[in-house]
Ligand binder design. Structure first.
Ligand code: SF4
Length: 149
């Protein structure tokens, strides 16, 4: 199975979920929020194609503390590939960022992740002070305490 990625953040981040997290940006977004800062991630055809198993191995090499955030783009465009990736990262602490509502996240993903950020970016509600979200309508929450770590 293949997955299309935009990039893996060079250094871990303190701003993309709880902890010190490696961030995987997936390619492709179907939401096209007004004011999006990441338009280069909209077209999935412009992504870098990875075999999911090889990407899992690469993440294991780069992410020593096993704290990974999967962002975008819009990860749910590749939900099956995201699931395949997560199942190969069994003892990882996973945070998923989506612009969709929580009700649209497949249960098989919800069961495997620890943190979820959900909701579209709304430019008029933009915030730079609330942790881990870009606009105040968005929700960041711990949905499973200590999933697998
Ligand atoms: S979901 Fe994220 S990447 Fe997609 S348009 Fe909205 S802000 Fe941009």
């Amino acid at each position: 199975m293949y997955i299309y990625i935009n990039s893996i953040l060079k250094n871990p981040s303190l701003c993309d979920g709880t902890g010190y997290r490696t961030v995987l940006f997936l390619q492709g977004c179907d939401l096209h929020c007004k004011g999006c800062q990441n338009k280069s991630a909209w077209d999935i055809a412009k992504g870098v194609k990875w075999d999911v198993s090889k990407l899992a191995d690469e993440i294991k090499k780069r992410c020593a503390n096993k704290e990974l955030t999967i962002s975008g783009g819009e990860p749910l465009m590749q939900a099956d590939a995201v699931y395949a990736l997560i199942t190969r990262l069994k003892d990882f602490d996973i945070c998923l960022y989506t612009g969709h509502d929580k009700s649209e996240v497949p249960k098989k993903l919800l069961d495997k992740i620890r943190y979820l950020k959900y909701g579209p970016f709304i430019e008029s509600m933009k915030t730079t002070t609330m942790p881990f979200i870009g606009s105040s309508n968005q929700v960041y929450e711990e949905i499973n305490h200590e999933t697998s770590k």
